[in-house]
Design a protein. Sequence first.
Length: 163
Amino acid sequence: MPIRNIIKRTTLIVRDMAVSVRWYERVLGMSVWLDTEYVLSGEGIAAGSPGDRTHLVILKAEHDKIGMIGLLQWLEPALPAPEIDYSVGYGTPVFVVETDDAGELARRAEALGTRIKTRERLFTVTGAGGQIRHLKGTVLYDPDGHIFECNQVLRIERPGPSA
């Protein structure tokens, strides 16, 4: 019997909770679903030590169960932050966001001083079932260097009948 699984949330370690929450609210339009502090037991996540005090904020977009993002900041002791590495390699997640206005999203990001890899670009991809999706996209980095590919669907061409 198959096991039912749903990926509900990705939790990201952040340097400054206020800066990160502001970015996710203003750029991606997310809202705070949970805001709390936790003392770690040392048995849950593979980081930290028993007794570490952390601050967790969970943000949601349109759905209150899937596609959520958790932000986790170490309060005591503070977790030393490495330099942000903007390269892509093994272990680097790329978050894909569907938006109804990629240009506005890029403008909001720019207003917050966001590092932008690609401001706006037009491109096409072939999706499942052979659909040609015409997109406008922007590629941004959140305040901690996580990559967000934000795409707006302009139109979809459905494949015609086979000859």
